[in-house]
Design a protein around this ligand. Structure first.
Ligand code: NDP
Length: 339
């Protein structure tokens, strides 16, 4: 597969270019809005062609695009790529509104191209092991989930994320979408109602840098989440509590295949056991799944619909936080589509 990169971004440089190549793909071209930056990026990453516009990039000999520009640009770029018949792997959040995200996914469906969301956490060995434990009934009936995803935003990411609402900055669009996708992945249901409170602390300038929220699932399961850019020592993790046991996972809400997962079971033989999991690269698995989907073998790890739904949860969290009221998650007509 020949890839065109829309966006000379950090995530492309640090994770995705390596993943495309490791999965057997070729990175044929990169597009930057700044021609000199694009040329420098292409040279630094051994990419043959630097394109100065989306149209220029789409005119190159490529099969798929990876969109990792700032969030307000995803919509127009994805629509252009779909119109040109390219498969699309798009960064999260897919867009700034659920309606825009839905339009992108619908356009891809109409054009018959594969559209996926780069929610990497579903691809982690840790999360695949946790999901297996839940599906195997090892903790009985699930009662609740807690996700803690409060980090200290590294210096190299402290640009638009902390001061630019029109580019989709703020911790809700940045991290809540990942946690929403992770909860949906593990529980196989979509949050229906949320309550939330956010704050603009040490880093945010015009956008929130911390948020806590509670989500109700259709089954009655409750999910509690905490996302932040300002916590140096909190670590990340996830807990799932059930009628027959609990899963506790530390340092698993991350880009790397690290962390610890433990299973505590109930009953006379109550015990806590460490759970082994695969240490494969999250992004390579995502790209491999995407590439297989383009030849009719299965679906991407996280589909376009998954990206629409994770954004709908984040939008509800923001609305609940601003209004102080509980908010029903509005999936639009995506609600009718099975996961
Ligand atoms: P960056 O800030 O690195 O890049 C975004 C845009 O900013 C680029 O497209 C580029 O514009 C411009 N830019 C980047 N570096 C510079 C620079 N040094 N000087 C001037 N302009 C610059 O964004 P991220 O990589 O952090 O995020 C990009 C997207 O990926 C977002 O949608 C984000 O939410 C998502 N993301 C997803 C992750 C995941 O694990 N799934 C992890 C991190 C981010 P141009 O292309 O025009 O040169």
């Amino acid at each position: 597969m020949r890839w065109g990169l829309i966006g000379a971004s950090n995530i492309a440089a640090r994770h995705m270019i390596g993943a495309f190549r490791a999965a057997g793909g070729e990175v044929a071209a990169v597009m930057s809005a700044d021609a000199a930056r694009g040329r420098a990026f292409a040279e630094a990453h051994d990419i043959a062609r630097a394109a100065a516009s989306v149209e220029d990039l789409l005119g190159a000999d490529i099969d798929a695009v990876y969109i990792s520009t700032t969030n307000e640009k995803h919509l127009a770029q994805a629509l252009a790529a779909v119109t040109a018949g390219k498969h699309v792997l798009c960064e999260k959040p897919l867009a700034l509104t659920v309606a825009d995200a839905r339009a992108m996914v619908r356009a891809a469906d109409d054009a018959g191209v594969v559209f996926a969301t780069n929610h990497h956490l579903r691809n982690a060995g840790s999360h695949l092991a946790i999901k297996q434990l839940i599906d195997d009934g090892r903790i009985g009936e699930v009662l609740s989930m807690r996700i803690f995803h409060a980090v200290l935003l590294p210096d190299h990411l402290r640009g638009w994320r902390i001061d630019n609402p029109s580019a989709g900055g703020g911790v809700i669009l940045d991290i809540v979408v990942h946690d929403a996708d992770t909860a949906r992945f593990h529980l196989d249901e979509d949050p229906v109602q949320v309550a939330a409170m956010d704050s603009e602390g040490a880093l945010g300038r015009g956008v929130e840098d911390s948020v806590m929220s509670v989500w109700r699932m259709p089954s009655g399961v409750m999910v509690q989440t905490h996302e932040s850019f300002t916590h140096p020592h909190a670590g990340s993790g996830l807990e799932v509590h059930g009628t027959a046991g609990s899963i506790t996972a530390r340092d698993v809400m991350t880009q790397r295949p690290v962390g610890e997962v433990a299973l505590r079971t109930a009953g006379a033989t109550a015990s806590t056991e460490a759970v082994a999991f695969s240490g494969h690269n999250l992004y390579i698995r995502a790209v491999e799944r995407f590439m297989r989907a383009t030849v009719g073998e299965g679906a991407p790890a996280a589909t376009g619909l998954d990206g629409v739904k994770s954004l709908a949860v984040a939008a509800a969290v923001k609305q609940a936080s601003v209004s102080g009221a509980q908010v029903a998650v509005d999936y639009g007509d995506a609600a009718a589509e099975a996961n």
